[in-house]
Write a protein that binds this ligand. Sequence first.
Ligand code: SF4
Ligand code: SF4
Length: 468
Amino acid sequence: MPDTNVKDEAFRDSIATVDGKGKRIWVFPQKPKGKLYNLRMLFTAAYLLIFFGLPFIKVNGNPVFLINILKRKFILFGQIFWPQDFFIFALGMVVFIVFIALFTVVFGRVFCGWACPQTIFMEMIFRKVEYWIEGDAPQQKILAKAPWNAEKITKRLSKWTAFWLMSFIIANTFLAYIIGIDELYKTVTEPLAKNLGTLISLVVFTTIFFFVYLWMREQICTVICPYGRMQGVLLDRNSVIVAYDYIRGEKRGKFHKNEDRTIGDCIDCNQCVKVCPTGIDIRNGTQLECINCTACIDACNHTMDAVGLPQGLIRYASEHNIAKNRPWLYTGKMKAYTLVMALLLGVLVWLLASRTDVGVTLLRTSGQLYQEQPGNQMSNLYNYKALNKTFKNKEIVLRPVNFKGTIKLVGEEHLLVPQDGTVAGQMFIYLDKGDVKNRKTTLKIGVYENGKLLTTIATSFLGPFDGN
Ligand code: SF4
Ligand code: SF4
């Protein structure tokens, strides 16, 4: 960044919310307003509707979304995923991380400002309630310095109560995603003693959220969030960020009515700094504290309107847009990320499409050798476990694929797997002695439902050591 913009880089030695002695500098951001803020409010409304509404949505009596880590059961968009599908999750995570990297390289921290739950809850819910109870930034500063008189006690107690209640609602919603809305309802309506564990975790999570939104606030984004910390390596000079146009803005100076402005367009009103929830001055250039909330864009546009200068002194732009006055470029780095992303996405789609409704695992019963059987046959005993990943009961049939032989379930005629459940048991595989030529013979078994092959599994058949 040229010298015209930044004369003193000392601000990069520490974050804006910590002073030289390591003490927290409390941020009192001014209430934001403007077109982008209105857009964010609309987006937030849709976001919250989905977030709070999703646990209530069911298809055929089953939730469309459930992340039950405790029971290791996951339902995404109505599809059940079991720990056996972990590799799909792992790949999904890799795709997600590459997507985040690509997205950040191209669009900077748009996610932080518009879609991160931390920003949405902090800036669009808790902060709004705070403004409502304690007033705008100047009143909040006065209140913070005021002695604990009746007004301060009333306002603080009201804020804490409201924050606690909102944290409680958020904690309940997260719990609904984990245990399901029906379980949550049961927990709430049943006697306390029956669900003490759940209740304790609810109180713990409520306390954590309360602490995060009352005290931690922007520190989550600037100090704790790993994504925020990675900005330095993800962003480049072509990334679109919330940027101050220092070419147009500098040399900054106060505005005087009816002046014939010969200096830069920044009138040094400090409005962009006053609204910033992370306490930074965007005119210093890109900083890891910037969550791209766009409050400074709105504030500066408002100032520009007031003094009759064009909007966009602070805007979404890349460093190259501003420094070289050139349009946005789709760079080689972005193309490479897109290619990797497309490949991974392709593999993920293929894995999801080829995922079977029923999974069967087959293991030879430990400690058992082969058994001699009448009719010049021999058998092996196996343990099977079948998993139904759907909400319908399934009847499956196991048939030999690469061998001539018989499969017989122990004590069962049919292999019935209940919906969203598992069934386990034992079975024999019979082979003609003449077909057992090695100590271990690899067998392939088809899993069929209504005559349709769902999947093929492999196992081994143990024969005599000498092959006789
Ligand atoms: S610099 Fe602007 S976009 Fe960045 S956090 Fe502050 S107000 Fe939001
Ligand atoms: S709001 Fe705009 S004009 Fe005012 S100080 Fe910030 S950049 Fe300069």
